[in-house]
Write a protein that binds this ligand. Structure first.
Ligand SMILES: Cc1cc2nc3c(=O)[nH]c(=O)nc-3n(C[C@H](O)[C@H](O)[C@H](O)COP(=O)(O)O)c2cc1C
Length: 333
């Protein structure tokens, strides 16, 4: 059984992926990258292909609705193919603006389109091409067998199945019976996805016959969830304050490097990047601890690195990690 970090737009940037790789993930995925934006040379989108040293196996996920765009994106990614182990197509995102543009979840209604998008990607990359999708548009209209056939006929190396419909978004019951039918029929590895948080959830996925599980939201509060659920050691499991401090250090380090290498990209400075990136992550690490709710509301108004460190300090003190928060920020080049 392999344990993968799911692509999570807004979260799975290089620093967070590294946290999860260190926390036992066998592989990680970029946030979904717009094929059209990549094809048109958009600089911030291009930066989404950057990777940190020591991140481990990384897959690049793109979304798109046109063969032309995904082919051009695949050619762009090919230029840095040594960073990646896989090129993945998103055919499951339920966000309205993505669906309305014919991408993501819209594709579950059109398996022939999925076939031709995967084909176009495959013809323009040396990387294995894979599909991440859902069971169908609605619970009553499963399309997963046709999507599996499309993926296999196009030469996909693997299929990741979120065992919900697009209409269910991120809640509601999983359909593990249907997932088991997919796994039984597939000639390529099937990775199961959806609300995996506990050993029982992993066991239920294993019983469905999948080759691995992909974990998204549970990793946000616990980047070492992969080690916990796989039972494989990954060194000392850090406490919440240590995790938060480590994350902040990685964020500062990575974005300082990006700013130095891509001055034209206008990467925010340490104050900007610490407040932008940590405001979505920090409160999760301290969830359940006294003061965590207050921290969550405070984070939205935080604007500087000093304020981020200040907000973390009581939690660090409570868990004995106070000394580490005194570390100076990584220098901005
Ligand atoms: C905030 C958020 C962002 C997401 N971004 C992506 C994405 O960029 N690409 C994608 O294929 N799925 C995306 N997903 C779906 C997840 O990859 C995953 O399929 C879903 O969250 C179910 O897994 P989980 O229950 O382990 O979180 C996103 C989900 C969330 C909650």
């Amino acid at each position: 059984m392999i344990f993968l970090l799911a692509p999570l737009a807004g979260f799975t940037d290089a620093p967070f992926r590294k946290m999860c790789a260190d926390g036992g993930a066998d592989g990680t995925y970029t946030e979904m990258v717009s094929a059209a934006a990549l094809a048109h040379g958009n600089v911030p989108t291009r930066l989404m292909l950057e990777k940190m040293e020591g991140e481990g196996p990384l897959a690049c996920q793109i979304f798109g609705a046109s063969e032309c765009d995904v082919a051009a994106a695949a050619r762009e990614i090919e230029k840095v193919a040594d960073r990646f182990v896989e090129l993945n197509l998103n055919a499951g995102c339920p966000m309205q603006k993505i669906v309305d543009s014919g991408c993501g979840g819209r594709l579950v209604e059109d398996p022939p389109k999925v076939y031709s998008l995967l084909k176009a990607m495959k013809e323009n990359t040396s990387l294995p091409v894979t599909l991440k999708t859902r069971l169908g548009m609605h619970r009553a209209t499963p399309a997963i067998m046709e999507l599996l056939d499309a993926a296999e006929s196009a030469g996909a190396a693997k299929i990741i199945v979120h065992a919900r419909s697009v209409g269910q978004k991120h809640g509601g019951p999983l359909n593990l019976e249907l997932l088991a039918e997919v796994a039984a029929r597939a000639r390529i590895p099937v990775i199961g996805n959806g609300s995996v948080k506990t050993a029982d959830d992993v066991a239920a996925m294993a019983a469905a016959g999948v080759a691995g599980v992909m974990i998204g939201r549970a990793a946000l509060a616990e980047p070492t969830v992969f080690a916990r659920l796989s039972g494989r050691p990954c060194g000392k499991i850090p406490g919440p304050a240590e995790t938060a401090v480590r994350h902040l250090d990685l964020v500062l380090d990575f974005y300082a490097c990006l700013a130095a290498r891509f001055p034209e990209a206008h990467v925010p400075d340490a104050d900007g990047i610490a407040s932008i990136k940590m405001h979505t992550h920090l409160f999760r690490y301290f969830s359940g601890m006294p003061g965590a709710v207050k921290l969550r509301s405070r984070l939205s108004s935080i604007r500087t690195l000093a304020e981020v460190r200040d907000a973390m300090a009581p939690f660090a003190a409570a868990t004995g990690d106070a000394a580490r928060t005194a570390q100076p920020a990584a220098p901005q080049n």
